[in-house]
Design a protein around this ligand. Structure first.
Ligand code: TPP
Length: 351
């Protein structure tokens, strides 16, 4: 078990692939060349889609956006470990994970354009709505997992949150409940080193965030979050454990936000160019690409980039061409059956 071999209390971190793309053969997870290539393609799609969202915002065509540049491996590895029936609970910075789970890019753009239809995922795509109140999605994730367990279903619920969320009451309440009731949860804390401008060191006196799992009575593991192979390996083990009824796991993904907190932020106010450049050298795409090239799995990415850029442009154009919904649509997607008090509010003034 990786959680036995890497002790967060000792600061041990799981890494399969180093910054030069060299791998530790003993730790490489079993993934076919086809899946590896698909994973790289997906990380590239996420990077391009993210960049487009920022550009749309700068042109006044999209309201606000929290970039995920630098966190592609951190998001994708765990999502790859999920099955179709599993739940993905997110905060707001996890575009790559959602796309992998089947949320259309057009829908994600619509959300950040302020269109209510951006909250409507296709049937069967088990993704909860975005949650901006920091950490408040964690009890939701535990509730969903507890429901699966009570119903005797085998679905796992994976929740993403940031390092800042570990300071919220909901983090403690959620993980404590999950530990006591052994809910089928995987908690992925994306430690991107910042909660807006607050550094990780100001967030918690714990040496690692993964070690907090010890207090809740379940395994925690610290993982190099810029290493897609390590993130997948840790998440696969955690998902399997949860599915077997052996309870939750906390994964701390050690990563870095390369861009602004949101399009309303300017990272230059609270960190140096040298620090960011240092992390750019650890870019999760670069190191995965080097590995894939050395294995002959990736040959030429030019065609891929062109194809993905077209997909991004098309999704953005479709989102922009989608008419704004009527005001009454804000009532439409929360409940399967609208409760009477909402019907009352909708009243005559809906349209
Ligand atoms: C309860 C609450 N407090 C404050 C905020 C303002 N806020 C939005 S994002 C954020 C930082 C969150 O940091 P973290 O959990 O590390 O996630 P990240 O943004 O780095 O992905 C804060 C303080 C909020 N949305 N909700």
């Amino acid at each position: 078990m990786l959680t036995d071999d890497f002790d967060p209390m000792k600061g041990e971190m799981l890494r399969v692939m180093d910054e030069e793309g060299n791998v530790d053969a003993r730790l490489v997870p079993k993934l076919s060349d086809e899946v590896l290539l698909k994973a790289y393609r997906h990380m590239l799609l996420t990077r391009l889609a993210d960049d487009k969202a920022v550009k749309l915002q700068r042109q006044g065509r999209l309201g606000a956006y929290p970039p995920s540049k630098g966190q592609e491996a951190s998001q994708l590895g765990p999502a790859m470990a999920l099955k179709e029936g599993d739940w993905l609970v997110w905060a707001f910075r996890e575009m790559g994970a959602l796309l992998w789970k089947g949320a259309p890019l057009r829908t994600l753009y619509l959300y950040w354009m302020g269109n209510e239809l951006g909250n409507v995922y296709p049937d069967g795509v088990r993704v909860t709505p975005s949650v901006v109140p920091v950490g408040s999605q964690i009890p939701h994730a535990v509730g969903i997992a507890y429901a699966s367990k009570l119903r005797g279903e085998k679905d796992v619920t994976l929740a993403y949150f940031g390092d800042g969320a570990t300071s919220e009451g909901e983090f403690h309440e959620g993980l404590n409940f999950a530990g006591v009731f052994r809910t089928p949860n995987v908690f992925v804390c994306q430690n991107n080193q910042f909660a807006i401008s607050t550094r990780r060191a100001k967030q918690s006196a714990s040496a690692t965030l993964a070690q907090k799992a010890v207090a809740y009575g379940f395994p925690g593991i610290l993982v190099d979050g810029n290493d897609i192979l390590a993130m997948y390996a840790a998440a696969k083990e955690a998902v399997d454990r949860a599915r077997k009824g052996k309870g939750p796991t906390l994964i701390e993904s050690y990563t870095y936000r390369l861009s602004d907190h949101t399009t309303s932020d300017d990272w230059r106010k609270y960190r140096s160019k040298e620090e960011v450049a240092e992390w750019e050298r650890k870019d999760p795409l670069k190191r995965f690409k080097t590995y894939l090239l050395s294995k002959g799995i990736l040959k030429d990415e030019e065609v891929m980039v062109k194809e993905l850029a077209d997909i991004v442009e098309k999704a953005a154009a479709e989102a922009e061409a989608t008419p704004a919904p009527s005001r009454s649509d804000v009532f439409a997607h929360t409940y399967a059956e609208m409760p009477p008090y909402l019907k009352g509010q909708l009243g005559g003034g809906g349209k």
